[in-house]
Design a protein. Structure first.
Lengths: 280, 312
C-alpha cells in the first residue's frame, strides 16, 4: 500500500517539479530567444505595436551593420588573443610558483606565501589607477600587452594550484629523485601531468574572466581597434543607440564564442567552476 | 573558495615528508620568480601606491602633496557617495536573492529519478557564462519602456509598465534582477554539490519519523546546507559590492538618464572620478573605503556564522 501511494506521490510530485523547473528554464533562456529573434528583425518591425513574435523577414543585414559600425572582427580577435595569452601565461607562471610553494623547502616560504595571499584580498578597483600609470609609463596604452600583462599573473591561480600540488602523494616524486632528477624535471615530467584537472579548471575560469572583463579594457584601451569585444560592445551601444536589432546582433556574436566553448566542454566548465569558486 | 580548496592541503600535511626531500632548494626562487615579480609589479606595488596616494593631492601636471585625510573627508561630503553607497548595499541585498532561487532549483533537481537533470542544469548555467555586457544589452531591450517585451506582456493584462532602467524608483531593482538571473546557474552548481554531500540516511531517518517533503527540507536539507550557504553568502556579497558591468551598460544612455545617479554603484562612481573627472585623490580614497566595506562585511559574517551555520 505504502508503495503505491509513494509511487503516485512521486509521479504527481514529478509533474509539479517539472512545472517549476520549466518555468525557471523559460526565465533563464527566454531573454536569449528574444535576443535572437530581434537580431533578425528590421528596426521598424521592433517598434511596431503590437510586436511581432517571429521576424516577418529574416534579415542578416543587422549582423553586417555591426561590422560597419565597429572594427568588430578585430575586437573579436583581440579578445581571443588576450584570453588565450592570459590563460597560457597564468597556467605556466602560477603552476611554477604553486609547485615551489607546495613542494620545495626554501627560506622565506611562509612569508612569501602570506604575501601572495594578501594580494587575494585586494579588490581590483584598488589596483586600476596605478596599473594604468604603469601601462602609460611603459607606453603600452591602446595595445594588447596592456590587456594581457596584469592578467597573466594571478595570486588566485597560484593558490588554487598549490592546493592541488599539495594533495599529490610524495611517493611520485621520490622515485624521480632516486633517479637523480632535479626539481625542474620532476615538475615537468612528474607533477604537471598529475594536476591536469586543476589546470583545466584554472584555464576555464581564466578564459571566462578575461573574456568578460570590462573595467580594465575601458581604462587602458580606448582606441576602437585595440578594444576587446566587451568594451567594443559598449561602444556599439553609443553608436547604434536605439537600433536594437543591430545591438542584439552584436551582443549575440560577442557571446557565441564562450557559448560554443561551453557546449563543447560542458563538464569541464561546471567542474572548473565548482572546484575553484569565482574569481574576484 | 578558501574553504573548499583548503581541505586537500590539510590531508597532505599529515604525512611527514621523507628526509631526502627536506633539503633546501635554491631553485625554488626560480620557480617563484615569474609569478612573484608579476604580482609585485602589477598588484602589490599598485595596492600600496593607492594606499599612499589616497592621502595625497594629485597635481594637474603630476606631482603630489600630502593632504592627510582630506580625500576621505571629501568623499564623505560627496552627496553621490552616499547615494552610490545606498545603491550598492541595495544591490547586495537584491543579489542575495540568488541563493534561495539556486537552493530551490538544486533541491528540485536532486529529486530521485527526475528526467532531464543535465538538460536543466546546462540551460540554467547559460546566463552565467554569457558576456555580462551582452546580457545587460539584452535585458535593457526587454526593459525598454516603449517596445520592451516586459511592458508588452504586462500590457496584455492591462498592467501599465514603466521605463524600468530610466525610472529612479525601479532602476536598481531592474539591474539587480539581471545580476540575480546571471548568477543563479553558478550557485546552483555549488548547491547541487552541497546536497549530494548530505548522507542519504538523514533523509531516510526523517522519512521513517513521518516527516513530509517540506519538513525534510526544513529540518534536514537546509541545516545540512548551512556551511555551503555561508560560503555562497560570503562570495556573493563580495561580488555584488563590486558590481559595475551591468550598471555601466544598462544605465548609460545617449541622453541623460533620469535614473543615472539613482542606479550608480560605488565602483561606477570610482570609474567616473578616476577616469572621467580625473579626480584621482577622491577615486583612491573611494577604492580604499570600498575595500574596508568589503572586509568589514566579510568579517561580520564570519563572526555571525556561529549563530546559524551547522558544522557536522
Amino acid at each position: 500500500m505504502s508503495d503505491r501511494t509513494s509511487a503516485r506521490g512521486t509521479r504527481g510530485g514529478a509533474i509539479g517539479t517539472h512545472a517549476v523547473l520549466v518555468m525557471g528554464a523559460i526565465a533563464m533562456i527566454g531573454p536569449f530567444v528574444w535576443q535572437i529573434l530581434t537580431a533578425f528583425k528590421s528596426q521598424p518591425e521592433t517598434t511596431s505595436v503590437p510586436p511581432s513574435l517571429l521576424p516577418r523577414e529574416w534579415l542578416w543585414s543587422n549582423f553586417a551593420d555591426v561590422f560597419t559600425s565597429l572594427p568588430f572582427g578585430r575586437q573579436l580577435v583581440n579578445s581571443l588573443v588576450v584570453a588565450g595569452t592570459v590563460t597560457v601565461g597564468q597556467l605556466v607562471f602560477c603552476a611554477l610558483g604553486a609547485y615551489a610553494f607546495a613542494r620545495l623547502e626554501f627560506r622565506g616560504r611562509e612569508l612569501l606565501f602570506a604575501l601572495f595571499l594578501s594580494v587575494l584580498m585586494v579588490p581590483k578597483q584598488l589596483l586600476v589607477l596605478p596599473q594604468y600609470q604603469i601601462m602609460s609609463a611603459l607606453d603600452l596604452l591602446n595595445s594588447l600587452p596592456a590587456l594581457i600583462l596584469p592578467g597573466a599573473f594571478s595570486a588566485f591561480g597560484t593558490f588554487l594550484l598549490r592546493q592541488f600540488f599539495a594533495t599529490i602523494p610524495k611517493d611520485f616524486e621520490e622515485a624521480a629523485v632516486l633517479d637523480g632528477a632535479g626539481p625542474f624535471r620532476i615538475f615537468f615530467s612528474v607533477m604537471l601531468p598529475l594536476v591536469k584537472p586543476a589546470l583545466a579548471a584554472l584555464a576555464v575560469i581564466t578564459v571566462m574572466h578575461s573574456w568578460n572583463d570590462l573595467l580594465w579594457p575601458l581604462v587602458v584601451n580606448t582606441a576602437p581597434t585595440s578594444m576587446p569585444i566587451s568594451a567594443g560592445l559598449t561602444s556599439l551601444q553609443g553608436q547604434e543607440w536605439t537600433n536594437y536589432p543591430v545591438l542584439m546582433a552584436g551582443a549575440l556574436m560577442a557571446s557565441i564564442p564562450m557559448l560554443l566553448a561551453y557546449l563543447v566542454l560542458q563538464r569541464r566548465f561546471v567542474q572548473g567552476i565548482a572546484l575553484s569558486g569565482t574569481k574576484g | 573558495m578558501t574553504q573548499l580548496a583548503a581541505r586537500p592541503a590539510a590531508r597532505q600535511e599529515a604525512t611527514p615528508a621523507p628526509k631526502r626531500l627536506r633539503r633546501r632548494h635554491r631553485s625554488a626562487y626560480l620557480f617563484i620568480a615569474p609569478v612573484g615579480i608579476g604580482l609585485l609589479v602589477f598588484y602589490l606595488y599598485p595596492a600600496l601606491s593607492t594606499f599612499v596616494l589616497s592621502f595625497t593631492e594629485w597635481g594637474p601636471f603630476g606631482g603630489n602633496t600630502v593632504n592627510g585625510l582630506a580625500n576621505y573627508v571629501g568623499v564623505f561630503q560627496l552627496e553621490t557617495f552616499w547615494t552610490t553607497l545606498g545603491n550598492t548595499l541595495l544591490y547586495m541585498v537584491i543579489g542575495l536573492l540568488t541563493l534561495p532561487f539556486a537552493i530551490l532549483f538544486a533541491v528540485l533537481l536532486n529529486r530521485e529519478g527526475l528526467r532531464g537533470v543535465t538538460v536543466y542544469r546546462a540551460l540554467y548555467f547559460i546566463p552565467f557564462i554569457t558576456l555580462p555586457v551582452a546580457s545587460g544589452l539584452v535585458w535593457k531591450w526587454l526593459y525598454n519602456g516603449d517596445f520592451g517585451l516586459i511592458n508588452q506582456f504586462l500590457g496584455v493584462f492591462g498592467i501599465p509598465g514603466t521605463y524600468w532602467v530610466a525610472n529612479p524608483a525601479t532602476a536598481v531593482f531592474a539591474i539587480g534582477a539581471v545580476q540575480v538571473w546571471s548568477q543563479i546557474g553558478y550557485y546552483l552548481v555549488i548547491f547541487i554539490a552541497g546536497i549530494k554531500a548530505v548522507p542519504k540516511e538523514y533523509w531516510e531517518a526523517a522519512e521513517l519519523d513521518g516527516a513530509g517533503a517540506w519538513q525534510r527540507f526544513w529540518h534536514v536539507t537546509l541545516p545540512m546546507l548551512t556551511p555551503t550557504i555561508f560560503f555562497c553568502t560570503i562570495i556573493n556579497v563580495i561580488a555584488t559590492l563590486q558590481i559595475f558591468d551591468l550598471v555601466y551598460v544598462m544605465s548609460a544612455t545617449a541622453t541623460a538618464n533620469p535614473a543615472f545617479s539613482a542606479s550608480q554603484s560605488i565602483v561606477s562612481l570610482f570609474y567616473q572620478k578616476a577616469f572621467v573627472e580625473a579626480d584621482k585623490g577622491t577615486a583612491t580614497a573611494l577604492a580604499f573605503l570600498l575595500m574596508i566595506l568589503i572586509a568589514a562585511l566579510t568579517f561580520a559574517q564570519f563572526r555571525l556564522q556561529r549563530r546559524w551555520v551547522h558544522y557536522v
